[in-house]
Structures are given as C-alpha cells and as structure tokens.
Design a protein around this ligand. Structure first.
Ligand SMILES: CC(C)(COP(=O)(O)OP(=O)(O)OC[C@H]1O[C@@H](n2cnc3c(N)ncnc32)[C@H](O)[C@@H]1OP(=O)(O)O)[C@@H](O)C(=O)NCCC(=O)NCCS
Length: 164
C-alpha cells in the first residue's frame, strides 16, 4: 500500500538515488552531475515542501519545491521537481507525489508552482496536464545536455486564492 507524506532528512539517501536515476535517463533535467546525500540534505530546513511516496515502507517517488526567485515579490512562486524510481514508473506514484506537493504548497501559502519539461517527456507532460498544469510556451534552446541543445516546455499551476 502506498502513501504520500512529508519528506524528512532521513529520506535523503532514497531521494538522491531516485534523482540520480532521473539524471542518468537524460529525459527529465539539464542536470548531469550526480547528487550526493549531502546535496539533498541541503534542501531541508526551509519552508518549501518536499514530499515522498512510500510503497511497502520503501520510498519510490519524491516531489520537491524550491525557490523560484529570491525577489520578495515572487515569494509565493515555487519551482518543483518530480521523480519516480525507474522500477516504479507509470504506476500512479508520480501522480500521488505531485498531488501531495500541490496540496502541501497550497497549505504553505504558495500561489503558483512552475517548472520546465523537455518536449519529448510525454509521461511528465501528461501527468502535469492531468493535475491542472498549463503549458505556457516553449523555451527554445534553453540549455545543452551532453552537448546537444534542448528546448523546454514551461508549465505552471495556480494554487489557493490565485486559482479562484
Ligand atoms: C514523469 C514521472 C514523474 C511520471 O510519474 P509516474 O509515476 O510514472 O506517472 P503516473 O503513473 O502517476 O501517471 C500519471 C499520468 O501520467 C501519464 N503517464 C504516465 N506514464 C506515462 C507514459 N509512459 N507515457 C505517457 N503518459 C504517461 C498518464 O497520463 C498518467 O495518467 P493515467 O494513469 O490516468 O493514464 C515519472 O515517469 C518519472 O519520474 N520520470 C523520470 C523523471 C521525470 O521525467 N521527471 C519529470 C521532470 S519534469
């Protein structure tokens, strides 16, 4: 049985492993450097929510909000990441994690979640659309992965009062 819950520093090892699979797959992020547990621990301690989904006591997915911009006027906007362990994809865990993060971000007073998705990442685009994210447009040649230019689809979802 699966459940979504707030992440704690004790989840950092599992989060790093799942994130590093996503980095290796080259489908999800411009990042190519593996993250250590120490890197993940630095995500904790602020007011941005991080959630994990457990199945049978094992962490199989996480979703994390991070700072969008440091300017005060953007304090209610957060970036997000969503990653499911390779062996557990397309089984509902991504939806559970992302729904959990949206709810947690809304409760924490954020008014918008934003991110960027590679155009060919059908699973992510479909998941986000299903959860009410809007595709705002496409950044062309937003960065390079392994020397090749990649575009990025901008996504956003309004939360709380902003969504009314
Ligand atoms: C993208 C990702 C987070 C989706 O999570 P998931 O657990 O695999 O997806 P879910 O099983 O929760 O499916 C939710 C919806 O996503 C869509 N979806 C899932 N897998 C899909 C696939 N392989 N192809 C197309 N759509 C897919 C479907 O619309 C699905 O809804 P449905 O079950 O009602 O049909 C996950 O596959 C993943 O971690 N991928 C690698 C990392 C990544 O790309 N992260 C996102 C960076 S922007």
């Amino acid at each position: 049985m699966s459940r979504c819950r707030p992440a704690t520093p004790a989840d950092a090892v599992a989060i790093a492993a799942i994130y590093n699979e996503g980095i290796e797959d080259r489908i999800a992020t411009f990042e190519t450097r593996h993250r250590s547990t120490h890197d993940i621990l630095s995500w904790f301690g602020g007011h941005h929510p991080i959630v994990v989904v457990e199945d049978g006591g094992q962490v199989v997915a996480f979703a994390a909000a991070t700072t969008y911009r440091t300017r005060e006027c953007y304090a209610g906007i957060a970036e997000f990441s969503i990653y499911v362990a390779r062996t557990h994809r397309s089984r509902g865990y991504g939806r559970a994690a992302m729904k959990g993060l949206c709810d947690a971000a809304e409760r924490a007073g954020f008014w918008k979640l934003v991110s960027r998705v590679f155009p060919e990442n059908a699973a992510s685009r479909e998941l986000l659309k299903a959860l009410g994210f809007r595709e705002v447009g496409v950044y062309r040649r937003h960065g390079k992965v392994d020397g090749a230019w990649r575009d990025a689809v901008i996504v956003e979802k309004l939360l709380g009062e902003a969504a009314k």
